[in-house]
Write a protein that binds this ligand. Structure first.
Ligand SMILES: Cc1cc2nc3c(=O)[nH]c(=O)nc-3n(C[C@H](O)[C@H](O)[C@H](O)COP(=O)(O)OP(=O)(O)OC[C@H]3O[C@@H](n4cnc5c(N)ncnc54)[C@H](O)[C@@H]3O)c2cc1C
Length: 457
């Protein structure tokens, strides 16, 4: 598609009932999903991304001669939308990854494994006060029983949260369960401490906890390649401005790779970027929506993937979650059979203050010394290769009364044509949640052109 994309077949001045052309801003999973759902409905799509590769927070990097993913890579067996996408593009196969993870308790490593997960969780719950066991068990029953309770916007979690005055998670569970099970989830999935994530939003975390994980054996690169063959993708293209007015968006103005300013016009513009990036673009035309999006929090994180000359983990314990106070939140084998490749994640409150000042080399060396008491092989291991990345906005942690906020955003945008906003803040931070959110948004405009947006509850 050229820079000037006309609205073909549209009578002058009248927006079409169904869009024929679309611009998707953002080539991460949310944008890829939106483009895929649009293309399946016969819409001609152009994806624009300021980076030089597709994938956003799941884009690849070379570690030696293999591709690795520094950001999101693990795929749940219940990721039905994502798996349909991969299947349609001929991608696969998947290999088991598991949720194998240990934490140090009373000087011992305690492991929750994908194979014996129920036993592992039951082990934690045996040491948990009865009130919290009942609360946790009730939530897991919801999440297992109803698909919508696995994602953000679950009506049951929303109701529960309201009944308790919308507390943060630390106000709902006692200290033991928080440290044993809840904090590892919030730090891993949101980069947030339990006092920074609200009860209404916890459904998305439990949806991931109660899934089983795999990864694509060959990584995401073949999928990105196949996807780019199905739609027009313009990389190195930063969207700087939305065109149109508050009542109708007609396209975008971009800064192209060459440095020139160009205009793309289309029937539909989809913003599939983190909330703050959407807010920046929406501020001139939709200041109230921008103000809502500004309230959505993201937390930073860094990931180092280090390849050593020998296995660091053993077969029984392939990952470890470090206790509160540690800047490295977790470290794990890159794959089930990659015990010589360690992926260190630095997230949560203790990591934040060091992410700016310390080099990635320093962070890794300090993490190795924390790993050594539990996995002594690291002390003898020699580093072969290292890749790393830090994101200022790694993980979304949503906002207080988040479902209400999403409803307000949809209501405010309800009267404006030619525009959709989606992202990891709508249904949750998982890749599957990005697909679900994008599908709901596309369905609301293309399959339901009368203009009714999907309700959050
Ligand atoms: C360390 C880490 C580990 C994770 N692990 C998992 C996991 O194992 N499983 C899982 O399901 N999820 C995981 N996640 C979450 C998952 O990776 C993310 O939720 C998902 O990738 C977000 O995709 P997105 O498209 O919404 O946003 P992004 O991936 O951030 O994509 C947004 C894109 O928009 C582009 N962009 C922004 N502004 C503009 C602009 N003005 N013009 C043009 N382009 C623009 C950016 O360059 C970017 O490519 C993890 C995340 C992190 C950070």
């Amino acid at each position: 598609m050229t820079a000037e994309t006309s609205r073909r077949g549209t009578p002058a001045g009248l927006p079409p009932a169904r869009p024929a052309t679309a611009i998707v801003v953002g080539g991460g999973w949310s944008g890829i999903a939106a483009a895929w759902y649009l293309r399946r409905r016969g819409v001609q799509v152009t994806v624009l991304d300021e980076q030089n590769s597709l994938g956003g927070r799941s884009s690849g990097e070379k570690l030696g001669d293999r591709n690795v993913t520094l950001g999101g890579k693990n795929i749940g067996t219940r990721y039905t939308e994502f798996r349909s996408f991969v299947q349609e593009l001929g991608g696969g196969p998947f290999e088991h990854f598991g949720i194998n993870s240990s934490r140090v308790e009373d000087g011992r490593l305690r492991t929750v494994d994908g194979q014996s997960r129920a036993a592992g969780i039951a082990g934690f719950l045996r040491r948990t006060p009865p009130r919290d066991v009942v609360r946790f068990w009730r939530m897991t029953r919801w999440v297992r029983g109803d698909d919508q309770d696995r994602f953000l916007g679950s009506p049951r979690f929303r109701q529960l949260s309201r009944a308790h005055g919308d507390p943060a998670i630390d106000g709902y569970f006692g200290r033991y369960l928080q440290n044993a099970l809840v904090r590892p989830m919030t730090v891993r999935m949101n980069g947030a401490e339990p006092d920074e994530l609200h009860l209404a939003d916890f459904s998305a975390n439990l949806g991931m906890l109660l899934d089983r994980f795999e990864q694509l054996t060959e990584g995401f690169e073949p999928v990105f390649g196949e996807f780019a063959a199905t739609v027009s993708v313009q990389l190195g293209t930063r969207v700087e401005e939305l065109l149109g007015d508050g009542s109708r968006t007609t396209g975008v103005r971009v800064r192209a790779r060459s440095g020139s300013s160009e205009t793309y016009l289309a029937d539909l513009t989809v913003l599939a970027v983190p909330a703050s990036a959407s807010a920046a673009l929406l501020r001139p035309c939709h200041p109230e929506v921008a103000a809502e999006l500004d309230q959505i929090r993201y937390f930073p994180a860094a990931v180092v993937i280090a390849e050593y000359d020998r296995p660091v983990f053993d077969v029984a314990a392939r990952a470890i979650f470090f206790p509160p106070g540690s800047e490295v939140s977790n470290a794990g084998a890159y794959g089930r059979d990659d015990r010589h490749i360690v992926r260190y994640t630095f997230s949560g409150r203790p990591a934040r203050r060091n992410l700016v000042s310390a080099s990635m080399e320093e962070l890794r060396v300090r993490a190795e010394s924390q790993l050594a008491p539990h996995f002594p092989a690291i002390a003898q291991a020699r580093l072969r290769h290292q890749v790393s990345r830090r994101w200022q906005q790694a993980f979304c942690a949503y906002s207080r009364r988040h479902p209400d906020r999403l409803e307000r955003i949809d209501k405010l945008l309800g009267g404006s044509g030619g525009l959709l906003v989606t992202g990891d803040y709508r249904r949750g931070t998982s890749i599957e949640a990005c697909f679900r959110a994008a599908r709901e948004q596309v369905v609301s405009v293309v399959d339901n052109p009368s203009g009714r947006r999907p309700a959050v509850t």
